[in-house]
Design a protein around this ligand. Structure first.
Ligand code: ZN
Length: 206
């Protein structure tokens, strides 16, 4: 864990993060509260800047972690069929509105000798999600990581998410799902491989 309370009994202001300027976030949150016409010194808001600062350390902590490390403990396996992990839940933060978006990622790949533990793919999604993000880049980033670290013959990443910046403001379309996909290698070039992975991802849901 990259952040810690040196002593859980300390007051909240002692909270530090190795890479994130906690105090600066606190000041900024106070500024926003003042700017919208609130009184940041009223009782209910007194702890808000430090709460938000701690929350951001958690939600943006992935910026200071390298997702690659989770793919570097692969094992060698002569398995050349599709590996698919479906329904990896995640939440991330839309970088345009600083509002959360959340949903599921599905990752399928065709190994070429390198296979990782299934939980490692979930760890990769988590690290990539805990940054200011856009869903399209997140999808692409995950696919590229598998190519670079596992040298896969093909990778398919499908991300389905609901964006609170669409549901609570602006167009207000609750229930709208945004779906993005990145298809590389065999899944891009070979229509039957592509059809196979899409059936595996969506099979019993369509
Ligand atoms: Zn947004």
């Amino acid at each position: 864990m990259a952040y810690e309370l040196s002593n859980p009994n300390d007051d909240k202001s002692s909270f530090r993060h190795e890479h994130i300027d906690v105090e600066r976030i606190q000041k900024a949150v106070r500024e926003i509260l003042t700017a919208v016409g609130e009184d940041p010194d009223r009782e209910g808001l007194l702890e808000t800047p430090s709460r938000v600062a701690r929350m951001y350390c958690e939600l943006f902590g992935g910026l200071h972690e390298d997702p690659r490390i989770h793919l570097q403990k692969f094992f060698t396996e002569e398995y050349d069929e599709i590996v698919l992990v479906r329904d990896i839940e995640f939440h991330s933060m839309c970088e345009h509105h600083m509002l959360p978006f959340m949903g599921k990622a599905h990752i399928g790949y065709l190994p070429s000798g390198r296979v990782v533990g299934l939980s490692k793919l979930a760890r990769v999604v988590e690290v990539v999600a805990r940054r200011p993000q856009v869903q399209e880049r997140m999808t692409e980033t995950i696919a590229n990581l598998l190519i670079e670290e596992l040298h896969v013959k093909g990778v398919a990443v499908v991300v389905e998410a609901s964006h609170t910046c669409m549901t609570i403001r602006g167009v207000r379309k609750p229930g709208a799902l945004c779906v993005t996909s990145a298809m590389k290698g065999a899944f891009r070039n070979n229509p039957s491989s592509r059809a196979e992975i899409m059936t595996l991802i969506y099979g019993d849901r369509r």
